[in-house]
Design a protein around this ligand. Structure first.
Ligand SMILES: [Zn+2]
Length: 136
């Protein structure tokens, strides 16, 4: 389980799509972020050097999205499961399959389906797998 700092909203959404329970810390102090992570057993992912020094934190060095995803997977050991365990990128709830290549979020009601956006996700995910040398 991960906890992303304020600067990493996009990356947080990515990990939800990839099936990892991911929270997003908005407007919190470093101490509050650390407490939240400890309470729920989350690893903090941050671009902040100070926060990154905490024992339960990972300082993110990469800049480009596919490299960032690969770096987080490598450093935390989280298991990604796309698309079978995809979570809602907006609220982190696990999606429910609603039919042929369609999913719905039981929390916020947003619907997802296989479209051009999905192809882009698959493309980035392929890049990640290549970086990590994961065989299908
Ligand atoms: Zn949702």
């Amino acid at each position: 389980m991960l906890l992303f700092d304020e600067m990493l909203k996009k990356l947080c959404r990515w990990f939800r799509i990839l099936g990892v329970d991911s929270a997003y810390a908005k407007g919190l102090s470093d101490r509050e972020i650390e407490e939240w992570a400890r309470r729920e057993g989350r690893v903090i992912i941050t671009k902040d050097k100070e926060l990154g020094k905490r024992p339960n934190a990972v300082f993110l060095e990469s800049e480009e999205i596919a490299s960032q995803i690969a770096e987080v997977i490598k450093k935390t050991g989280v298991k990604v499961a796309f698309p079978n365990r995809t979570r809602c990128p907006l609220c982190n709830r696990a999606l429910v399959e609603k039919g042929e290549k369609r999913w719905e979020c039981p929390n916020c009601g947003k619907e997802y389906w296989v479209g051009s956006h999905w192809k882009n996700i698959t493309k980035v995910y392929e890049q990640v797998r290549k970086t990590l040398k994961i065989t299908p």
